[in-house]
Design a binder for this molecule. Structure first.
Ligand code: FHN
Length: 453
């Protein structure tokens, strides 16, 4: 017979992890409770959408890299790429509609590319005229409109800012691909002096502008490898700037501390995995995976590799069960509209979250290896009861799940979506849950198991 799955009891003294307090500077409670956020990649690159002069760009599917990967393997001449600004007039952009779609999907915060690697700012930056108001016919403050639309709905506001790669400023870092089979992206790197000029003239002032102008709740900086340009001194300076101006604003590990700081990630507030990487174990700090709906982050006209809604839901639940967040990316089109596959997925996720959101948001992980049939999360109620959420991926109607070792009193189990009572039997310290014949949702059906103290 299988070893019973042991569930932890009590919250205050037997939390799943040692105190996170030692790592914390800002209050991360809103972030971990939220569990689910929207990532948006949108900018000049959304206009060509992965295709340059009729030819699909480059080596991977990242449409936002078209400046480097279009006209493969040479890249697009800078002036030619930057001329896209004259065509940036997204008449269908509607910040309110985007954020309504996010809120209805059950997302609690936004992270938008205020400036991606191409160096183009989506707000009226006084530091660089390469921005949406000064350089395009659109002349609207996209960041400002999105921040206002978020706040209207109680969503938190997060900013992606490419602090390392900047292909507009001569001192910004350039792509560096070490793979000897594909040396095409070996661009000359700026000198330390040139990078310092970029850092002082563009990066730090723009981050300060974003904080002063929009009071973000979170920054998502983007680095993914060791680089001598990202010295510990520079990282401390950027972190210090955010701390000084916005003490409660969260900072992610991809600022570069993981690879470039002698103290590692001790000074940041949450860990970011690499793209679409979903850890297999719980992590005892606030953390997140940012993941795509298709392969590209930016809108890509030829990327038809859309992930099914069920897979996206599993990513969300997998991460929640391990104490992590999921930031699901969308790439709106160059005219500001959302592609139909994006709209459908957000709606389907929202329908699932409407009935099952309580099993994700505000829950904590259960400290054990994931069961073979699905995932577990839990919630402590003020009166001492505990709700365990059984996210069943693999449904065998009429069969009992392996015993759950849950000391305590009486137990009751229901299907969250339908309210159907589920048979649960106490055998000493073990609970035996027998799945009903019918499954409420063929992707993930959630059962709520209530245990009296
Ligand atoms: O190069 C970027 C990429 O375009 C995208 O923004 C992702 C999001 O995590 N970050 C970098 C690659 O990891």
């Amino acid at each position: 017979m299988n070893e019973p799955t042991r569930l932890p009891v009590g919250s205050k003294t037997q939390g799943p992890f040692p105190s996170e307090g030692v790592f914390r500077r800002a209050d991360t409670a809103w972030f971990t409770e939220a569990r689910f956020g929207l990532f948006i990649h949108w900018g000049l690159y959304s206009i060509p959408a992965g295709v340059w002069n009729g030819v699909p760009s480059g080596r991977n599917w990242y449409a936002e890299w078209i400046q480097m990967q279009g006209n493969w393997p040479h890249g697009i001449p800078a002036q030619e790429y930057r001329a896209l600004r004259e065509r940036f007039d997204p008449v269908r952009f509607d910040a309110d509609a985007w954020m309504a779609a996010a809120a209805e999907a059950g997302m609690r915060y936004l992270i938008v590319t205020t400036k991606h690697h191409d160096g183009f700012a989506l707000w009226p930056s006084r530091v660089s005229r390469f921005n949406v108001v000064d350089a395009t016919p659109f002349r609207r403050d996209v960041v400002g409109e999105l921040a206002a639309a978020c706040r209207k709905r109680g969503l938190r506001v997060g900013f992606y800012y490419s602090h390392w790669q900047d292909w507009e400023h001569p001192g910004g870092a350039r792509p560096y691909e070490e793979n000897p089979a594909e040396p095409f992206l070996l661009h000359p790197q700026p000198s330390q002096q040139d990078f310092e000029a970029y850092w002082q003239q563009k990066c730090l002032p723009q981050v300060a502008e974003l904080i002063d102008g929009y009071a973000p709740d979170l920054f998502w900086f983007d680095n993914w490898r060791p680089d001598p340009l990202l010295t510990a001194g520079r990282l401390d300076q950027l972190i210090g700037l955010v701390h000084a101006r916005a003490p409660q604003c969260l900072i992610n590990s991809r600022i570069g501390t993981t690879w470039n700081h002698p103290q590692g990630d001790a000074g940041v507030d949450y860990l970011s995995t690499l793209d679409n990487v979903f850890p297999e174990e719980a992590i005892p700090r606030p953390w997140e995976t940012s993941g795509t709906m298709q392969r590209s982050w930016g809108c890509h006209a030829l990327d038809f590799g859309w992930k099914p809604t069920g897979q996206l839901l599993r990513h969300l639940v997998d991460n929640a069960s391990r104490g992590g967040n999921f930031q699901l990316n969308i790439g709106p089109r160059g005219d500001g509209s959302l592609p139909p596959p994006v709209i459908r997925r957000l709606r389907e996720i929202g329908a699932w979250m409407t009935v099952n959101g309580e099993a994700v948001q505000g829950t904590r992980p259960v400290r054990l290896t994931a069961p073979s049939w699905g995932r577990l999360t839990m919630r402590d109620l003020p009166d001492g009861r505990i709700w365990y959420y059984l996210h069943v991926y693999d449904w065998h109607g009429g069969q009992a799940l392996p015993a759950l070792r849950v000391p305590g009193g009486a137990a009751r189990c229901q299907v969250l979506e339908t309210g159907q009572e589920v048979q649960v039997q106490r055998l000493g310290q073990d609970l035996i849950v027998t799945l009903p014949e019918e499954q409420a949702d063929d992707r993930i059906t959630v059962l709520r198991l209530e245990v009296q103290p």
